[in-house]
Design a protein around this ligand. Structure first.
Ligand SMILES: Cc1cc2nc3c(=O)[nH]c(=O)nc-3n(C[C@H](O)[C@H](O)[C@H](O)COP(=O)(O)OP(=O)(O)OC[C@H]3O[C@@H](n4cnc5c(N)ncnc54)[C@H](O)[C@@H]3O)c2cc1C
Length: 547
């Protein structure tokens, strides 16, 4: 790497590092070493100096989202010494936690599905998930409220679901049963067989074409659903799921209908203490494996030498040498801003500019001084338009109407708010930063419009009850999480950007660089990013091979 070879005159010192957690097996401090000339890029990490007594091959993980944390667990289990470098002052990425005025707000994921993917990480470490995290099933999964006030309770209870379907449209009951059977078939291929394999070569893609044809993957989610049920409201109920991973139901490949089966079979869960409890649980596993988490460690470059990743450079100039680098940073951002242009043949600036990115999100976190016991844990408040609204969002236009997801975690864990109060967040899909919306100016009027809508529908008198409030707009996704175009879910999950067409888990451009997280295969959502880390087991060499 540029500055990691010769050994100039060095001043070496130790300091305890505020804001930096260090879990090296026997270390309580970070060792710093600086070239006395103080040149940028001349700051050495301890391994460069041979001061680290841990002889395991070193894996540097950029970012501490669920994908990065799961990768750190798997690499630790496979014999790597892992250092996670996180630019923010707290771990979790989209799943970080905001503590405010006595309320605990999970910033992002709240619908926890596929618990077996978490269980597996615990088992790899010889532990049991249930000993560390109290995951509670949520019922109903979602309470879906239409604009005219009709309500559909979407759950995993087969009989209750049939009743709900019958209540709206008796003639769709048989079609619903056939849809579920189709969803199971798609799950068995799309998730079980393909979700955990690398799509390294175009042959991998060619091999699955017959399955994709048979499963009608060329259809969109909405079109597939529409083949089975007729009632327009039921078509919405069965097709909204892609929005949870940043996709437009009218454009996303029907592979995503597998979510219906996944939820029904394994349920929707929420951890006591909030999703942050899962982040903390993973951090404890990593700590147990001798891994290290460095907060406020902003990676400005992946150092590439002769086509191979040698480590990372931090914004303050320090270089952390590594045998392999795993980027959990947004994959488009990784290529555009962290991998030098000269090292990129496939993911060129042009290709990244031309790609399609998921929608943005406007998220309003708020607490109320009273409780709203009739509001379910997860509510979906559909607006007057379905397709038209989605056309606006994905067409870069901020619409005057909206469809909202309302989270009330205190329905399951009242401990997330002060006594007698409720914590909420409400999320509105909005265009990403390809649109010309000035969020500095629009954030407060938009929040107010959302507040009024909630007050008119499920949270009467809301305006007088709010005791704490904060918002996130696509600008925060770009500036804090470094998401390309402020997209909430990275590359849009359309067929032409899936599997082999998505940035690969083993970088096509740089040896020794691997990608995990929403922008690589298989895609966004907690199950997707945990699966992306699982793919690493097939493409990252065993640590012993690097010795
Ligand atoms: C509001 C919201 C609600 C959601 N709800 C759900 C849900 O209910 N269920 C579900 O399954 N999914 C949900 N999702 C999607 C899911 O949260 C994400 O797809 C997933 O958590 C992303 O994980 P990731 O591994 O890609 O990492 P991210 O969470 O994106 O984390 C990446 C990390 O990398 C860090 N980083 C970036 N660049 C650098 C750098 N240069 N140097 C150092 N660090 C860097 C970032 O600070 C961040 O911490 C939701 C997403 C959002 C935004």
């Amino acid at each position: 790497m540029g500055s990691g070879d010769a050994t100039p005159v060095l001043a070496v010192w130790q300091r305890t590092a505020p804001g930096v957690s260090v879990w090296g097996r026997s270390r309580a401090v970070v060792h710093w070493a600086r070239d006395t000339r103080g040149e940028k890029g001349r700051i050495r990490s301890e391994e460069t100096l041979g001061r680290n007594t841990d002889s395991r091959p070193h894996a540097a993980v950029v970012g501490s989202g669920f994908g990065g944390l799961a990768a750190a667990v798997r690499l630790g289990v496979r014999g790597y010494r892992v250092t996670i470098l996180e630019r923010l002052d707290q771990p979790g990425g989209r799943a970080r936690v905001f503590e405010q005025d006595g309320f605990t707000f999970d910033a992002g994921p709240t619908v926890i599905t596929a618990p077996f993917l978490f269980e597996e990480l615990w088992e790899l470490c010889g532990r049991r998930l249930e000993d560390d995290v109290d995951l509670r099933p949520v019922h109903p999964f979602y309470r879906i409220r239409f604009d005219d006030g009709d309500v559909f309770d979407y759950s995993g209870d087969a009989e209750l679901m049939r009743e709900e379907i019958r209540r709206f449209s008796p003639e769709d009951e048989a079609g619903y049963a056939r849809f579920l059977a189709m969803s199971e078939r798609i799950f068995n291929t799309g998730f079980t067989r393909l979700g955990h394999v690398p799509f390294d070569s175009v042959l991998d893609m060619a091999r699955i074409v017959p399955d994709m044809i048979q499963l009608q993957s060329h259809l969109t989610v909405y079109r597939l659903v529409a083949k089975f049920v007729k009632h327009p409201k039921l078509r919405q109920v069965l097709s909204f799921h892609p929005l949870l991973v940043g996709g437009n139901p009218f454009a996303t490949t029907s592979i995503y209908t597998l979510i219906a089966y996944l939820e029904r079979e394994w349920g929707v869960h929420f951890p006591i203490g909030g999703t942050g409890a899962l982040v903390q649980g993973l951090l404890d596993l990593i700590k147990g494996l001798g891994g290290e988490l460095r907060l406020n460690a902003d990676v400005s470059e992946i150092v590439v030498e002769n086509g191979r990743a040698r480590g990372v450079r931090l914004a303050d100039g320090e270089i952390v040498a590594a045998d392999i680098v795993i980027s959990n940073a947004d994959s488009a951002w990784t290529y555009r801003h962290l991998v030098p242009e000269s090292a990129r043949r496939k993911w060129t600036d042009r290709k990244l500019e031309k790609s399609r990115y998921s929608m943005g999100l406007f998220v309003w976190y708020f607490g109320t001084k009273r409780r709203y016991p009739d509001v379910a844990h997860h509510s979906i408040l559909l607006g007057p338009r379905y397709r038209g609204l989605l056309d606006d969002i994905f067409g870069a236009r901020l619409a005057p109407d909206f469809s909202l997801y309302l989270h009330r975690p205190t329905a399951t864990d009242p401990g997330l708010a002060p006594d007698g109060m409720d914590g909420f967040y409400v999320l509105s899909p909005v265009p990403n930063l390809e649109s010309d919306v000035d969020w500095q100016e629009r954030a407060e009027p938009y929040r107010k419009a959302v507040e009024n809508h909630l007050a008119d529908t499920v949270l009467p008198g809301l305006g007088d009850e709010i005791v704490t409030s904060r918002v996130m707009t696509p600008l925060d996704f770009r500036d804090e999480l470094l998401s390309f175009r402020g997209a909430a879910f990275s590359f849009e999950p359309i067929l032409s950007q899936s599997a082999w067409f998505r940035p690969h888990n083993r970088s096509e451009d740089v040896d020794g660089l691997y990608l995990v997280g929403a922008g690589t295969h298989p895609g966004a959502g907690v199950p997707g990013v945990l699966s992306s880390a699982r793919v690493l087991d097939s493409v990252v060499p065993d640590a012993r091979a690097l010795h």
